[in-house]
Design a protein around this ligand. Structure first.
Ligand code: AMP
Ligand code: MN
Length: 199
């Protein structure tokens, strides 16, 4: 996968067709008070998905030239990929986090958003995700990201970060966990370092 360059949204939307495609993806999360094995705090439920190509990514996709704005394209993709549980979900301009441009394997500008839901809303999404138009096709299943690190120092977030991710989804995830304070900074840094050292 090619290098991704961070750029402002204004700069990013100037990279238009036919040379560049625009894509939008969203991280949906909810505070989650539960504890794994009755001990380890889960802190938040963060949604990602197993994609058709075997990589992990966020729900979302390419914005059509017919979409009025980026957010309209994003919400259309979210409804296709998440199904009827997302009927009242609306990701807005104010949920915007970042934009990255990459040239390989194709010229894509990836815009990234994050939105906090209630745990009940997030569970409704999960419950109804198998009814989505794209379920079993573009989306093989929704998953939650383990945010903790187990006593062996690898299990949980470090092992999760060792998976393969589409585009710059891994960097988008790490950045969001950091700035939304979903994982304490020091623990996140350690998880990234451990993941880099794994074969
Ligand atoms: P999609 O239609 O969901 O496959 O998204 C279109 C393109 O956006 C993908 O082929 C990826 O190259 C790129 N992309 C960038 N960031 C992500 C992400 N976080 N999740 C999924 N795709 C991404
Ligand atoms: Mn998609």
């Amino acid at each position: 996968m090619g290098e991704a360059r961070a750029l402002s949204k204004a700069e990013a939307v100037r990279l238009g067709p036919p040379d560049w495609k625009q894509a939008c993806h969203a991280l949906l999360y909810a505070p989650c008070p539960g504890r794994l094995f009755g001990k380890i705090p889960l802190r938040f439920a963060v949604l990602m998905q197993m994609r058709f190509d075997g990589h992990l990514g966020f729900p979302g996709g390419f914005v059509d030239p017919g979409d009025i704005c980026l957010e309209e394209g994003l919400n259309r993709e979210l409804h296709e990929e998440l199904g009827p549980g997302a009927a009242s979900l609306h990701v807005a301009e104010s949920d915007y986090l970042s934009s990255h441009a990459s040239e390989k394997p194709q010229r894509v500008v990836a815009h990234f958003y994050a939105k906090q839901l209630s745990l009940e809303e997030l569970r409704t999404l999960e419950d109804r995700a198998t009814q989505a138009k794209d379920h079993g096709f573009e989306v093989m299943g929704l998953i939650r990201v383990p945010l903790y690190t187990l006593r062996d120092g690898v299990g949980g977030l470090p092992a999760f970060l060792s998976n393969t991710f589409i585009g710059n989804a891994r960097e988008q995830l790490i950045h969001a966990l950091d700035i939304l304070q979903l994982v304490p900074g020091e623990q996140l840094q350690k998880a990234v370092t451990v993941a880099q050292k794994r074969p």
